[in-house]
Each structure stands twice: as C-alpha cells, then as structure tokens.
Design a protein around this ligand. Structure first.
Ligand code: AHG
Ligand code: MN
Ligand code: MN
Length: 324
C-alpha cells in the first residue's frame, strides 16, 4: 500500500503541488473526524445564514469551508481560493502558483441523516502577475485543471484524485491517519444498466432528457432492449463515486421547475472536477451539447447541466440531444 505523497511523486507531481494536496487532505481528515463523531461533535443541523446561492448553510458547510480555506491559504502556494460558501474569491499569496476552487461539503442535505457527503476540489494554474483579488483569474475552462478530486465521508473515508495521469483512489487509514493508495487506475466500464437522476423533476425536463429516460424505463420491451436500474444518493459525490466504482450514468439536466435557476450543479467546483475525474477514468462528461471541460466560464458560481459516466451510455444519451 503506497502513501499519498510517494504515489503523487511517481506521477511527476511537483513538491508544491504535493504539499497543496496534502493540505487539502489535512482539512478533509479533520472534516472526516468531525463527521464520524456525528451528533457528538455538535456539527449537525443548520445555521441561521444563507450562502450566495440562497441556500441555508449547514453548520458543517461553514466549518468545512473555514478549515479548507485556512489550510489552503497557509501553504503560500495559492494565489486565491473560491468556494461555494464564499460570495467572492479570497486572495492569498500574489506569487502563488495555484488557484483552488472547492465545494467544502457536497450533499449537505445528507448531513442530518448520516448519509454520504464529501468535499470536491479543483486546482487551476494562477496567471502570473495577476491581481489575487480579481475573481476573473478563476474563469478558466476545465481543461486547464492541474488536479481535481473529492474526499467521500462514507463508511470509509476515500479520496479520488487525478493530476491528469489517470484517476486513483486512496483510503484513509484511521489507525495511522494517512491516505493509502488502494486503486492504482480507476476504469469506468463503458456499458451500464444503471442511471442516476432526480426523477421527481421529470415533468420539468426538456424533451431530449424526457425521451431518453422514457426509453430507459421501457426496459427489455423498449428500444434499448434491456432493463435499467436506478440509484440516487442526492450527493453528486456519492453518485459519481458509485459510477467510478461500477459504471453508470448520472444526470442533473436543465429543468424548468424554477425558471430563475434552470441548472443545479456548479461548473467550477462540482461539474469540472468531477468531469476531469470521470474522463481520466475512461468515462465521458457533457451538458448534452458540449463537453463540460471545454466551457469558458463567465462566473465563479455558474451552473451547468451535467450528464456523465460510462462512455457508451453517455453517447446513447447524446443521440437524443439535437445541436442547438
Ligand atoms: P450541495 O450540497 O453542495 O449544495 O450540492 C448538492 C447537489 C448535488 O450534490 C446533488 O447531486 C444534488 O444537489 C441533489 O439534488 P436534489 O436535491 O435535487 O436531489
Ligand atoms: Mn455540491
Ligand atoms: Mn456544498
């Protein structure tokens, strides 16, 4: 079992990047410990505040955000951070090589039911000489990511990580406190019979997704000629983890439930890092009309439709989408 840092060194990651990832991991270990204590650590429940997205912040959203922000900025190698829980970006070292954008706690609604939650992060290059307080330095497409990952706080605490040389998984060994490499190369099966989507939004989807899911539901008797199974964890980090482990397709498509918010998932700290992990594991990721990692962001909290997972199934779904 190899430890985090030697595994990264073998992949050619430089010392500063390894230190930065180790700092993110240190914050996540602390979050993992507190999550593991449940009710005993007084981290469950909501605060009285809303974040910039208009969502009530859970105590754990705030605690996780503070831990990550402090440890990441302390490295000195980061020019600025951007977080789901911060309205604007937070400047760091003007000479820093990296930018980090993160969702401190994904699946917040699962905190109070002891179900899957996680932290998602993405590391981008910092444009040298730029103003660390200028949020536009973050507006880089997903293809610019240097590294991306998530830490899943489940029965075991796991990390999926890519630096662009495949996707690896590490498991937190709670007996000595370090992450050990447990999957050298994640490989998503190309074919699947499992889909993940919030079916309660069905009537609000656009025709392409309506038709695609309707055909999956027809099963053996329908055009796909096989039965499909459905899973929904209500935490992208849990659904994507399952897909990295055994394949499947995950979709959070555009819907008209709230016309002011047609898309749910955030490009910079949900869709892009997950797309990088999925593509590096042999899967595909799209909005239905374009590759997610090619999108030029216009806002740090921008939302996008997401369809990702097993390559052939994503391709089947794309056949229902006509170019706009
Ligand atoms: P967050 O907790 O960071 O706000 O993200 C939750 C997201 C995502 O993780 C998940 O896939 C989706 O919201 C769940 O949406 P539903 O409430 O529609 O199930
Ligand atoms: Mn999230
Ligand atoms: Mn979140």
């Amino acid at each position: 079992m190899r430890r985090l840092a030697p595994a990264l060194r073998l992949d050619g990651a430089d010392a500063e990047l390894i230190d930065l990832i180790k700092s993110i991991v240190a914050a996540c270990k602390e979050i993992s410990f507190r999550v593991g204590q449940g009710e005993l650590s007084d981290v469950l429940g909501s605060t009285l505040n809303e974040n910039v997205q208009g969502e009530t912040q859970k105590k754990l959203d705030v605690i996780s955000n503070e831990l990550l922000k402090d440890l990441i900025l302390e490295t000195g190698s980061v020019m600025a951070i951007s977080s789901e829980e911060e309205e604007s970006t937070v400047p760091g070292n003007p000479q820093g090589k990296y930018l980090v954008t993160f969702d401190p706690l994904d699946g917040s609604s699962n905190t109070d039911i002891n179900s899957l939650i996680g932290t998602i992060f993405s590391i981008l290059p910092a444009p040298q000489g730029a103003d660390p307080a200028d949020p536009s330095i973050f507006l880089q497409p997903g293809t610019a990511q240097i590294a991306a990952g998530y830490v899943l706080y489940g029965p075991a605490t796991l990390m999926a990580l890519t630096t662009g040389k495949g996707t690896k998984m590490y498991t937190l060994d709670k007996t000595y406190g370090g992450f050990l490499l447990t999957t050298e190369q994640v490989s998503i099966p190309g074919v699947t019979s499992e889909f993940a989507i919030n079916m309660s939004n069905q009537r609000y989807w656009q025709p392409a997704m309506q038709n695609y899911i309707a055909d999956l539901l027809k099963g053996k008797e329908g055009p796909r000629g096989k039965n499909f199974n459905m899973r929904w964890i209500a935490a992208m980090v849990g659904d994507v983890h399952r897909i990295l482990c055994r394949g499947g397709i995950f979709a959070y498509p555009r819907d008209l439930k709230d016309p002011k918010k047609p898309d749910k998932l955030r490009l910079m700290y949900e869709a892009n890092p997950m797309s990088f992990l999925v593509e590096q594991a042999g899967g595909a990721s799209t909005t239905g009309y374009e590759r997610i990692m090619k999108i030029q962001p216009v806002d740090i909290h921008q939302r996008v439709p997401v369809i990702l997972g097993s390559k052939h199934e994503v391709e089947s779904c794309l056949q229902y989408h006509q170019p706009m």
